[in-house]
Design a protein around this ligand. Structure first.
Ligand code: ATP
Length: 434
């Protein structure tokens, strides 16, 4: 875990937020490589959800919404609250399910547990009074439910169909911990699938399988992924069924995604609280009233941050003694990450930096590639050292411009995983890399 944290900082993936001011509890900033990798994760999720054969469209709802939404959803009542205990000695508070009978900070004993609401509060407008209270959304899916009718009508959708969204969510977590695993500000990728109640079980299985395959396809090994059927008595207030997808993190098996059957909880409650008819009228039913119902919702909900942690943890490899025939005896780090998720795809390296012809040619190759893919230019240090730096950040291909390149207009392309090298004509390079 500590290796991953320091690697992430050293190589520009993840920085502690507000670091020069001593940080800010459990907030993190994504650096130049982190931001590229997150974008790739989001693109992979978005394209898998919206470009496949399933009928799914996207939205991007606002973070601030009418507070009545959070009454209807159950978030402002006891439903969205953690049970907290307080240490009688040092007064630190902990989630009841995270601690045993003694305070981990001072060994003191605990008070009885109390509910603590996780919604982050703010005020809208110039006056800070009860009437201006608003909340930062605690999950992105409510923005989907309240737009169910808008999407259905504007896009002429028929049930079953889905709506996908990626966006920030906020929870006043009491014990944020484990790096980017549990933070107060995080990003979710959520898809809500609206279907006839009778088909909900079938679609649940379908989406669970599809989501597991997404991780496998992007390189997560089967031994590190498992599912956990949430027992009935532990289900959230809205859920009829919930299965967590768990990853084996350095600190144990933890949830990275939830697949939920939310029944008609959301649409029926928003219907009741807003007065807007959110039932669906099945056009295939002869009698309109007989075919009116609240669609059931199957939800797949995953955090961008937890997926990023998952992909980093899976890909990070330390190889004692280094790799390949020219291996030095030092340990080498390789980020063995799926090529689609790799933050940098290509690097262009002039063999030497003091030959103006080679540097000029390398610059030309760099300019040729950088418009089409995330590309680095690196001229400092020996070629071997540069390769190792690139392996560390998971750069897929390294291109070396050497003396021969000046004669034959070709370059050497080295593959991160096999370390095999291939000579490619510069005018065929884009095609080859694509
Ligand atoms: P947990 O039990 O870990 O608190 P949860 O069951 O409350 O999570 P959901 O409400 O189902 O989580 O949210 C769906 C997904 O959103 C989670 O699987 C996770 O990937 C992500 N997520 C939820 N809370 C956080 C958080 N505090 N920090 C980072 N990601 C989060």
């Amino acid at each position: 875990m500590q290796k991953l944290v320091s690697f992430s900082k050293r190589r520009g993936f993840i920085f502690p937020s507000s670091e020069i001011y001593g940080g800010f509890g459990s907030c993190y900033d994504y650096g130049p490589l982190g931001v590229e990798m997150r974008k790739n994760i989001k693109d992979a999720w978005w394209s898998s959800m919206t470009r496949g054969k399933d009928d799914i469209v996207g939205i991007d709802a606002s973070i601030l919404m009418n507070p009545k939404i959070w009454e209807a959803s159950g978030h402002l009542s006891a439903g969205f609250a953690d049970e907290l205990v307080e240490c009688k000695k040092c007064h630190h508070r902990f989630r009841e399910d995270f601690v045993k009978d003694k305070c981990p900070d001072c060994g003191g004993s605990f008070t009885k547990s109390k509910k603590f609401n996780l919604m982050m509060k703010t005020f809208v407008g110039p006056v800070e009074d009860d009437a201006s209270v608003a909340y930062l959304r605690a999950e992105t899916c409510q923005g989907i439910y309240v737009n169910f009718k808008n999407v259905m009508q504007s896009m002429r959708k028929k049930v079953p169909f889905g709506i996908a969204q990626i966006g920030k969510a906020f929870r006043n977590e009491i014990n944020p911990k484990d790096f980017i695993f549990r933070t107060r500000e995080f990003e979710q990728m959520e898809m809500q699938w609206f279907c006839p109640p009778k088909d909900a079980d079938k679609f649940f299985e379908y989406w669970l399988k599809k989501r597991l395959n997404w991780y496998y396809d992007l390189g997560i090994s089967k031994k590190n992924l498992r599912t956990y059927e949430v027992p009935k008595k532990e289900l959230a207030h809205y859920a009829k069924r919930a299965v967590d997808i768990e990853y084996k993190f350095p600190f144990g098996w933890k949830e990275i995604e939830g697949v939920h059957n939310r029944g008609d909880w959301d649409l029926s409650n928003h219907d009741k609280h807003s007065g807007e008819d959110l039932k669906y009228e099945d056009p295939s039913c002869a009698k309109a009233t007989a075919g009116k119902y609240y669609p059931y919702v199957i939800e797949t909900s995953v955090g961008v941050d937890r997926s990023m942690f998952t992909f980093l943890a899976e890909a990070y490899q330390e190889i004692e003694g280094g790799r390949g025939k020219n291996a030095k005896k030092e340990m080498e780090i390789v980020l063995n990450i799926d090529k689609r998720l790799a933050p940098v795809k290509v690097a262009v390296l002039p063999l030497v930096k003091n030959n103006p012809e080679i540097v000029k040619k390398a610059r030309q190759v760099y300019d040729l590639l950088r418009a089409d893919m995330v590309c680095l230019y690196d001229e400092s240090g020996s070629i071997g050292r540069r390769y190792r730096r690139l392996d560390e950040i998971g750069c897929v291909s390294a291109i070396t411009v050497d003396f021969d390149s000046l004669e034959d207009d070709s370059v050497t392309v080295r593959d991160r995983d096999t370390m095999k090298q291939k000579r490619v004509k510069i005018d065929k390079l884009l095609e080859f890399l694509s």
